[in-house]
Design a protein around this ligand. Structure first.
Ligand SMILES: NC(=O)c1ccc[n+]([C@@H]2O[C@H](COP(=O)([O-])OP(=O)(O)OC[C@H]3O[C@@H](n4cnc5c(N)ncnc54)[C@H](O)[C@@H]3O)[C@@H](O)[C@H]2O)c1
Length: 250
């Protein structure tokens, strides 16, 4: 199936590593031009360089998504280079895991600021020109953890917020040819997760609870995002796609 992504311009946040990086490489292989945005400028540059070395088109931009002016500057740099942004993937996300009574206000604020307000800033910066073209795709990263994980009240709340945000925005933009969906991954083996001291234990638990009996990889998410960004997904909006190997509960 031709996804029709050739020549499209996609902006992907948090694409310096992990799921975002793999998503950027996937879009580039489909012929899209990719704007890589990350708070770690070197990682963003590295992803963009990997795409260019493989013959694709990409530019990198350093940006802290919690800062509206930095988001506007990154969006501006992609628009200056490619003239449009057709697909926005709000992928960047963080967690600060600790039980509620031990949680510092700063842990709450940072998770909400990156995961929710970052998505708010990016959508507002990108939407006007999508609306003018009467075509757009917004894909927001949620999580199976939206159903609740102990030690993740902040992260769970932020991912549930993303689902509500996506549904409301999908209705606002439904007549403008713009779809808005959430992709909710289960446990995905990224380099970041593999580097955690608790990784062996986390892996064991995730594997034992997984109905399909294996763990997902970044490409499982990247392929789902690419499909939702395609012309073929025009009738899918306001929904959440779970890419969890069949696991829902904690
Ligand atoms: N990996 C999983 O198992 C899993 C499961 C469910 C949901 N998710 C979600 O998928 C998304 C990607 O996860 P991942 O595992 O690839 O994460 P990751 O930690 O590997 O990468 C996240 C990227 O976001 C960037 N980032 C963080 N804060 C930023 C900010 N303020 N501004 C700009 N960039 C920032 C980081 O620099 C990093 O490159 C996240 O939204 C995450 O919540 C991941």
């Amino acid at each position: 199936m031709d996804l029709g992504l050739k020549g499209r311009v996609v902006m992907i946040t948090g694409a310096g590593m992990g799921i975002g990086r793999e998503t950027a490489l996937t879009f580039a292989r489909e012929g899209a031009r990719v704007g890589i945005v990350d708070i770690h400028g070197d990682d963003a540059e590295e992803t963009a360089a990997a795409i260019r070395e493989a013959g694709g088109e990409a530019i990198a931009s350093r940006c802290d998504l919690t800062n509206e002016e930095e988001v506007k500057a990154s969006v501006g740099s992609i628009l200056a280079k490619y003239g449009q942004i057709n697909v926005l993937v709000n992928n960047a996300g963080i967690s600060k895991d600790v039980t509620l009574l031990k949680m510092a206000e700063a842990d709450w604020d940072l998770v909400m600021d990156v995961n929710v307000k970052g998505t708010f800033h990016c959508c507002r910066a990108v939407l006007p020109q999508m609306k003018d073209r009467k075509w757009g795709r917004i894909i927001n990263l949620g999580s199976r953890s939206m159903f609740g994980n102990p030690g993740q009240t902040n992260y769970t709340a932020s991912k549930m917020a993303i689902v509500g945000f996506s549904r409301a925005l999908s209705l606002e933009q439904a007549r403008n040819g713009i779809t808005v969906n959430t992709v909710a991954p289960g446990f995905i083996e990224t380099e970041g997760i593999k580097g955690l001291p608790t990784y062996p234990k986390l892996r064991e638990i995730a594997l034992s609870k997984n109905p399909v009996g294996f763990l997902g990889e970044p490409r499982d998410i990247a392929n789902t995002v690419a499909f939702l960004a395609s012309e073929q997904a025009r009738y899918i909006t306001g929904t959440t796609v779970f890419v969890t190997g069949g696991r829902f509960s904690s």
